[in-house]
Design a protein around this ligand. Sequence first.
Ligand SMILES: [Zn+2]
Length: 440
Amino acid sequence: METRSLCPVCLRVIPARYEQRGHEIFFNKRCPEHGFFETVFWRDAAMFFKWQKQAVHALKNAGLPYGQAECPFNCGLCGEHEGKICTAVMEITYRCNLRCAVCFADTEKSSFDPSIEQIEAMYRTALRYGGVCSIQLSGGEPTLREDLPSIITLGKEMGFRHIQVNTNGLRLASEPEYALRLAEAGADLVYLQFDGVDDVIYKKIRGRRLLAEKCAAIEHCGRANLGVLLVPTVMPGLNLAHLGEIIEFAKKHMPVVKGVHFQPVSYFGRFPGNAPRNEHRCSLCDIIHALEEQTNGEITEAHLVPRKRFSPHCSFSALYYLPPQGRLQSVTHAERNAFLDERTDFPQKANAFTNKYWRMSLSQQEQNGRSAMQEFRARLRTHTLAISGMGFQDVWNIDIGRLQGCCVSVISANAKAIPLCAFHLTSASGTRLYRNDQRP
Ligand SMILES: [Zn+2]
């Protein structure tokens, strides 16, 4: 499979290809000046090809206010782009209260915060390119801004229905009423960095113990009725062998915890420069295999739906129902929606659904008939767990074709929407493809 990529040294566009060797898929490319580069891409060739077949290409975004194409140097978005924005990330501060070994945002260099007028302009840019998409307020650490609640309220007033706060949870932990303030301002979800259930992991990746604070943050969100998505950054040799424990933790903290979103480590931002070794690489398929093994098949590849647009290797998602017995049952979104829809023929749907997902618990209560069904339906509303993963591209494995299907954009203060992987991309020596234009 041929595509185009960037030279990790000079960032020029060069031809690249996916190549199968044994059970693995490699991504390689050659720069006329800087030579040959290769990285492992996917460690399960069968899954790679199976997912590849599900790719769907959309029409290019003709008619939208996109700039001239020169991918990936003229993002904004450009006429080459075919992914519609599903999530717009807005960096509202560059300050942070942690010094992590791995970080997307290069937060050390600036303490500049965009003004509220700039943030309003960023919301308008998100509307222009993505319509009423999901907004993620990010940073730096967004809770360091005292006006975060008014920023959330502003977004809600401008029509955004889903606003999530990407946080390390330290402030949510130390100020029990803070979660309530965010919830009252209109926040829909806390996107909580959560790398594992062992402080050894936090010390390595975040520089200090954090588990107690993560637990306190979740407890305070629960009291404020504010949902939490756990977001582990997954690294081989660090927490790849402990993903099952994260799933168990998530189950124990439902219904506050709404899901787990796994992100394989990428090599940009503040990560030291040289080509990462293949044993330090982790792809979505490694995460899926780890989940299968570590949950004894409670989660399997068969439950997971790859993203369909352009490259299915960017992300997957699945939805589960947790019955009272405590073992996750796979549910598709369509089934869940049909079941919760008030207009559908309730008893008939319920029977079909419970036969599939709830047989054991129903038997204890089947004499109660409809009331048992109602109880089940109420539990289905609260006890579903979304499990998903998204792999970001770095300069070693960036596929420009795949970038053009990207649906997660960072909104810059100069009215541009830049695909997240392009926005954070750095060369081997740390040169950014995109300067963050909000900095003075
Ligand atoms: Zn080069």
